[in-house]
Design a protein around this ligand. Structure first.
Ligand code: SF4
Length: 360
């Protein structure tokens, strides 16, 4: 089935295109201090290894702005500088060759400073993300709406957009993040309907790994299912590597992720005849470690009652029996393995998958 996709203008962030029908990219943000260059780069490498397409770093101090050149040079993925108000930091970031600047032009302070930053970005072909957040809305909008309602987020974003447009700057990505998932969805829908700028999706302050994963999956997933969104960032109060993993899982669950192994597992019930939880965990770990780029569905099922149906419907499948399991390939039983050999057998079958296809 054709998946819907809102039309948006393309924006180039280093070698990653956002919008304009480009694949939806996954972003994350470092937690280390940007001026501690070695530590920060080590974190950026870990995020890139986990599948981050773009990484953002915070620039709250002059020494962070000074470190950007080394960060940009040492990173293999495009770096975004997150700047709140300071136009000098923004200019330094642009000078350092950053791939994108997150800044809200209306917060810079003076029209001439806004103009200076936008002209510098334009000259270097560097896009700007206007990042509106429910926690930091302008006072007059809070007074007007009494709460960061979707209309307030939309109005704030449009103010910044207008400043950009007035200065002839259109290389814009927009986010309107809210900690309330329902409001976040409404705010993004408003921007999506009324502009063609690419959208960076996220739920702000979403919480711990478990809570934040649910909130982000619902908020980001709902919009993506409607074709809205061009790049995503899952915000979690944990190691940002988890943000990248969850981001890719959200895309995969909607069938719009990059090629990779999709693990299907039964929830288990009273018919379970083995330690399926451990098997699923170990297969997932091994798959993640090997970073397979083969587009395969692998079903891991807990019994011989309903297991064979699902296992034979996937590309590869396992259906547990007592102490043993049937291994399925393209709907056919191709072997029986002992329970303690299942993980190894599944990984070997994934590794050999291309070879198998050629032999068909
Ligand atoms: Fe229960 Fe078997 Fe279905 Fe798993 S496959 S949920 S163990 S009936």
């Amino acid at each position: 089935m054709e998946r819907p996709r809102r039309e948006s203008r393309p924006v180039q962030v280093g070698d990653v295109q956002i919008g304009g029908n480009a694949p939806i990219s996954v972003q994350s943000m470092t937690v280390s201090k940007t001026h501690e260059v070695e530590t920060c780069l080590e974190e950026i490498h870990r995020l890139a290894d986990a599948g981050a397409d773009v990484v953002r770093v915070a620039v709250p101090r002059p020494e962070d702005a000074d470190a950007l050149k080394d960060i940009v040079q040492g990173s293999r993925v495009p770096i975004v500088a997150d700047i709140h108000f300071n136009h000098q930091y923004a200019l330094k970031a642009i000078e350092a060759g950053i791939a994108k600047v997150r800044i809200n032009p209306g917060n810079i302070g003076k029209p001439e400073w806004e103009r200076e930053v936008l002209l510098a970005a334009k000259e270097k072909g560097i896009p700007i993300r206007i990042g509106v957040n429910s926690g930091s809305l302008e006072k007059d909008l809070m007074d007007k709406y009494g709460y960061p309602k979707p209309e307030a987020l939309f109005e704030s974003a449009m103010r910044h957009v207008e400043i950009c447009q007035k200065n002839g700057f259109e290389d814009i990505v927009i986010s309107v993040k809210h900690s309330d998932v329902f409001y976040m969805i409404q705010a993004y829908r408003m921007v999506a309907e009324r502009t063609d700028y690419p959208l960076h999706l996220g739920v702000t302050e979403s919480g711990s790994l478990a809570t934040g994963t649910v909130k982000s999956s619902v908020g980001i997933g709902t919009l993506l299912a409607d074709g809205i969104g061009d790049t995503i960032r899952v915000s979690l109060a944990t190691d940002p590597v988890e943000e990248v993993k969850v981001g890719h899982r959200i895309l995969k669950s909607l069938g719009i992720g990059r090629p990779g192994v999709n693990i299907i597992a039964c929830p288990t019930c009273g018919r379970l005849v083995g330690d399926l939880f451990t098997i699923v965990e170990e297969v997932e770990e091994a798959v993640a470690a090997q970073n397979f780029d083969k587009d395969l569905n692998v079903a891991l099922m807990g019994c011989a009652v309903n297991g064979p149906g699902e296992a034979s419907g996937a590309d590869l499948g396992v259906s547990l029996g007592r102490g043993r399991a049937h291994l399925f390939k393209r709907g056919e039983i191709v072997g029986t393995v002992d329970e303690d050999e299942i993980v190894e057998a599944v990984i070997k079958a994934i590794e050999e998958w291309d070879e198998d296809e050629e032999n068909d």
